[in-house]
Design a protein around this ligand. Structure first.
Ligand SMILES: Cc1ncc(COP(=O)(O)O)c(C=O)c1O
Length: 469
């Protein structure tokens, strides 16, 4: 059942003369304190060439900050010394009451922003009824969400998970099982790509190929053959009688918002068809409306066999999924795969609420249009600050700013302006705003990034690297 909501999520009848994505959303608190920049710790440098196979941990780099109070959390992250107590729309409020413009959205997760009224209502409503029953029983909320995803996509079936990595695990298993069910269990290998990121489980670190995530964790999971991203001849050369398919992000996220030419994804489809291989897409970051289409592969008119997705699908509630055609999923029969939590009533009620908004008429078109406007404003910012910004790239609201200065310096300078952006590979910072962000928030973002650029230019000048602008 689709609900009538504005893309900001307020149940409301849509008027035809008012662009839906700029509809009423008057929840911003007047309390907005600009605090002094407090982030003075030297940033960790990350130097990633576009062709670089592997990168430093972007999050770890971003988070390097001042010495912190001890914590009982296993220290696998170097966290920024800031904590948030509440969020509204595109804004987060920190423990000291100051407000941050959140253009990271929890790494592309909070697609409806924070405390979205429709999502909050769905969570509370379902939370009062039933949270969890296990997949031993039918789950109407999950069936509804699966039906809607199938209707809106290439897929015939959906399997729900709790995370992106689990969605990838399921997608990889499905591709392998397809060939086993066809009498070719030896076809288990996937061609993968340098600069990819597919998660942190043992199979997905092997698929991603970054030694930093692989080393020290025992034998690498077999079956992944990395080639340079965008190189169709290298893909052809990597195919053997053991190849099951190709696993690729249509736009590399952690790798630095690397957008391959449309011809590359189309050539992959053709190659897979010719060789009897499955085209498996990782749309964990690029999916669920982020690029202005429900899935990024729609931008280039390529139909995959299997897609893994997560992040935005739950709008902040942990949820993932893999989608498959009937044919590609033919090996996944009763008993071949399972999950305790995946697709439980609470998670899939949230997923349905997200879809209510994302599939509302005009919403995805609005993401594409607003994303283009933001990209143009960023290009103007590049013109104004050519010593800081090298390139703007991406699709929809999945945008990357490649910088001349270390990307971590840029992220820290933005944070000093109380704006959150996320470093990635290839010396890029990602702008992944909530999809409900509007022109006013874009203007605020550009103003903040402009001040961040000025601060960085002043830093260059102080080091004797030319005038401040
Ligand atoms: C493209 C891609 N695949 C997979 C993952 C892993 O998702 P998760 O962290 O939810 O396991 C991520 C997370 O950043 C991602 O960006």
């Amino acid at each position: 059942m689709n609900h009538a909501v504005t893309p900001k999520g307020i149940p409301l009848k849509l008027s035809s003369d008012c662009p839906a994505e700029f509809s009423l959303y008057l929840t911003l608190s007047p309390r907005f304190h600009r605090l002094q920049a407090e982030h003075s710790a030297p940033p960790t440098r990350a130097a990633f060439g576009f062709k670089a196979v592997h990168r430093e941990s972007p999050m770890a780099d971003q988070m390097s900050s001042a010495a912190q109070a001890p914590s009982a959390i296993l220290p696998t992250y170097a966290r920024a010394d800031v904590a948030f107590t509440r969020g509204e729309g595109c804004w987060l409020e920190a423990t000291d009451g100051s407000r941050y413009l959140d253009f990271g959205a929890g790494i592309a997760v909070c697609c409806l922003g924070h405390s979205h009224p429709h999502l909050v209502d769905a969570l509370i409503d379902q939370g009062r009824k039933l949270w969890h029953v296990s997949n031993l029983f039918r789950i109407p909320q999950a069936e509804e969400l699966a039906r809607r995803l199938v209707e809106a996509s290439f897929a015939d079936y959906v399997f729900f998970t709790n995370s992106g990595a689990e969605a990838l695990e399921g997608a990889i298993k499905t591709a392998r099982k397809y060939h086993a069910a066809n009498g070719h269990p030896e076809r288990f290998r996937l061609v993968t790509f340098e600069g990819a990121f597919h998660g942190r489980t043992l199979a997905t670190i092997a698929a991603g190929g970054n030694p930093k995530y692989i080393e020290g964790f025992g034998p690498k999971v077999e079956g992944f053959d990395p080639v340079p991203f965008g190189d169709i001849e290298a893909v052809k050369a990597a195919i053997t009688p053991q190849t099951a398919g190709v696993l690729v992000e249509p736009i590399q996220g952690e790798g630095g918002i690397r957008v391959p030419p449309a011809s590359f994804l189309r050539a992959l489809r053709t190659l897979c068809d010719e060789q009897g291989l499955l085209l498996v897409l990782d749309e964990v970051q690029s999916g669920m409306g982020r690029t202005g289409k429900l899935f990024a592969h729609e931008l280039v008119g390529v139909t995959p066999d299997i897609v893994a997705t997560a992040k935005g699908i739950g709008g902040g509630f942990p949820l993932g999924a893999f989608l498959t055609t009937r044919e590609a999923g033919r090996g996944m029969v009763v008993g071949t795969h399972g999950t305790t939590y995946g697709g439980n009533p609470l998670a899939t009620a949230c997923g349905n609420a997200v879809l209510d908004v994302v599939l509302a008429p005009g919403f995805l078109e609005g993401v594409a249009r607003k994303g283009l406007a933001l990209k143009q404003s960023l290009a103007a910012l590049q013109d104004a600050h050519p010593r800081i910004i090298a390139e703007i790239r991406g699709e929809g609201m999945m945008l990357g700013v490649r910088t001349h200065v270390p990307n971590t310096d840029f992220a820290i300078a933005a944070r000093a302006q109380h704006m959150l952006v996320i470093p990635a590979g290839d010396n890029v910072v990602r702008l992944l705003p909530p999809l409900i962000a509007d022109e006013e928030e874009f203007a605020e973002a550009i103003a903040k990034l402009g001040r961040a650029c000025q601060q960085l230019e002043a830093g260059l000048a102080a080091k004797g690297n030319g005038p401040a602008s």
